[in-house]
Design a protein around this ligand. Sequence first.
Ligand SMILES: CC(C)(COP(=O)(O)OP(=O)(O)OC[C@H]1O[C@@H](n2cnc3c(N)ncnc32)[C@H](O)[C@@H]1OP(=O)(O)O)[C@@H](O)C(=O)NCCC(=O)NCCS
Length: 165
Amino acid sequence: MLISEFHIVPATPDMLPDILALEEACFSSPWTRKMLEAELTDNQFAHFLVARQREESVAQAEPTIIGYHCFWIVFEELRLMNLAVRESMRRRGVGGALVTEALRLGLEQAVTRAVLEVRASNDSARSLYTHLGFLQVGCRPRYYMNPIEDAVLMEMHPLVLSSGS
Ligand SMILES: CC(C)(COP(=O)(O)OP(=O)(O)OC[C@H]1O[C@@H](n2cnc3c(N)ncnc32)[C@H](O)[C@@H]1OP(=O)(O)O)[C@@H](O)C(=O)NCCC(=O)NCCS
């Protein structure tokens, strides 16, 4: 897919049903509607982006939202909180574009460090973050439930946009 076949925009509350459906399809312990709504409307640190297919390339009755990314900017630190791409749309640059846009916004706000936690078994996400320039900096044993699993801590410090982004 060419980068021009999707675009990234801030999420709005009317997108919640599509975001929730994607969240539930992608995670074994999905965020609830309330949790997503709180990030969208009540959290002063939270930013929420969605990737949408342009109208002409959306097949009828398919949801428009193909990915989303929730992240926090807390003073000098950017925290990646939640990222997902519709399964049928993976390996086309959508996840990378969503994280890159967050890094770009972080740089605009003088962020110096980006951090995240990821399930140790999540090879796709770990590859994506490594591909973008994050380094593994630690491990939190048995951090996740359902199933119980270690979290790998990754960091980018200073923030750098990878070439081509
Ligand atoms: C992780 C996830 C968001 C990646 O999204 P994506 O749109 O497929 O990622 P991209 O297409 O931008 O991938 C960019 C690069 O990341 C790496 N990568 C991504 N998925 C990969 C995979 N399954 N295997 C190996 N490398 C992978 C590759 O280097 C890839 O570049 P390439 O395709 O040119 O080789 C997606 O797989 C997903 O939604 N997974 C389920 C939810 C999840 O795990 N979220 C992350 C929680 S921390």
